[in-house]
Design a protein around this ligand. Sequence first.
Ligand code: ADP
Length: 185
Amino acid sequence: MQNQHNPCVFWLTGLSGAGKSTIARALHERLVAHGHAACLLDGDILRGGLCSDLGFCHADRSEHIRRTAAVASLLVNAGISAIVALISPTRTDRDFARRILAATYFIEIFVDAPLPLCEARDVKGLYARARRGALHHFAGISSPYEPPLSPEVWLHTGATPVGECVDQILQRANHIQPPAFISSL
Ligand code: ADP
């Protein structure tokens, strides 16, 4: 199917375990199922390749974000939406990404869940490690997470099912696009 929408950058930020990867995958599936070109840039996967030389200190996180934004820019220029799932804990770094991607439809999505819920989910066992002191610079525990002040989309994953979260993202994407975007979704 022909790709007729303006590609977007969907930038999902939130604590570990908040639901970024889960929602990013569901959003990717929905876009692809409707014939829209999209590429998932998941922080954990990028750390296995493009960013394998980077750790979790502030400077490395900033560099991770810079590289991810640069790849997202290439994708958008090629007509492909980029779905970024990255904790991206500081406002400065997210604003930096927004500036790099200023020429695109940039949709910042705050994937919000209370810390106790994220810790109870502990999908990757990272909170347990961070509480034991085995993990440094872990956002929410041993380093700060700065919530977005005015994200384009604010999702509450403790109360909103995944499919509805995707609906909310696509509604916003439709809203900011001049031509009708994915109106069939
Ligand atoms: P993150 O990428 O933010 O670290 P993950 O997506 O890896 O988080 O994990 C989130 C966990 O929470 C998954 O086990 C997922 O099934 C669960 N979950 C429960 N409800 C939701 C929801 N509404 N949105 C996203 N994830 C949810």
